[in-house]
Ligand binder design. Sequence first.
Ligand code: ISC
Length: 425
Amino acid sequence: MNAAVCPPKLFVRTVPLRGGADSLVRRLPAGAPLAWLTGDDGLVGWGRAAHWSPDAEPAGTEPTDTTRFTEAARWLNGVLERAVVEDEVGLPGTGAVAFGTFTFAPTSTGSTMVVPRVLLGRRGDRAWLTTVTDEPGVHPGELLYPAPAPRPVGPLSWDTGELTAREWGGVVADTVARIRAGELDKAVLARDLVARAEGPIDVRTLLERLHARYPQCFTFSVAGMVGATPELLLRREGEELSSLVLAGTRPRGADTEEDERLAEELMSSAKDVEEHGLAVDSLRDALAPLAEELAVPAWPHLLRLANVQHLATRAHARLRPGVSALDAVAALHPTAAVGGTPTATAMRLIDEVEGMDRGGYAGPVGWVDGAGNAEWGIALRSAHVDGATARLFAGCGIVAGSEPESEIAETESKFRPVREALTDG
Ligand SMILES: C=C(O[C@H]1C=CC=C(C(=O)O)[C@@H]1O)C(=O)O
């Protein structure tokens, strides 16, 4: 593990950008961009002032093991305790900020936290620049990085992932049988697809396209995990926490009439309402011990995105004193929107039948600042980009009433955001 025994001493300075910061993505250099964008707000960062990435836990570790989260919190606390911070803005996302991605399972490699050398942020009409150096009063070299325009992706070849759609449909059918036999209530099963470009994929191109098409989602890039997730695991501001649970899906209709019909079908589908309810229950059960107050609406609302519509529930909580954002991430992951019910049984089944390593897919991705404010999404509608290769992921909640053919079609809708970001333009 490279979690430094003694973390570096960092000098962090945040200043307002009076002229604002339009097109945050256009300010990013190529390479390993860090990004979290939603609506007109966002954070982008580059360079690496401090970095943590643990070894995977050994095979056989309990699937619900939370060591990677507690180690990350210890590393982050070490960095923050030694940091000298001058913050002239004082908003969530100013001062010291770490971006992070955590693997779905404890036995996968890829969990990472990064404090960038340079960060640009925007919230409403406020914008700021944060620089992080090893000595006071020095500008990081990365600040002067020229930012050439994002490169088009170019021609791609596509491969099925670990399972073909047909094989995966067979796995869904077997899982439905196991659910009907009473082994578990729900499992979220995913499949992958691989795209190969002729040269390194410029992640900024994907970020621009994803953010333009899915402005209400959280478009992210951290350590190769890139996507636009609609699902907010948690937002923490002060002691207030909110979360947006999604489960239950229909495609968008070709016209308003079909769209409405599909929405009504979704809202009244016993299968989807059950699938959604299990995800909400898992959030409520995990959050209750951390919260002084917890409010969860009794009925879901409809969330419409460019590719699909979802059943959605927004929960609010007031956290107990001393509960950090990473404590909450550790407690909430995985909700039954990406794992299943019961959690450990579902995670074992996923590991047994999916035939692939999810890596960071369906794991928490986001950022946390030195004041404890944070936004963490669930890394859905995403790909892992490594050089010229992008591995795309999409999954569906499987319950007793699921049908393989419609679940395969649903994964196709969920591949669309990244697939189109790779191929458009
Ligand atoms: C697992 C995914 O979506 C989850 C979130 C929303 C709706 C879902 C569903 O209807 O199955 C899934 O629970 C994915 O996009 O890969």
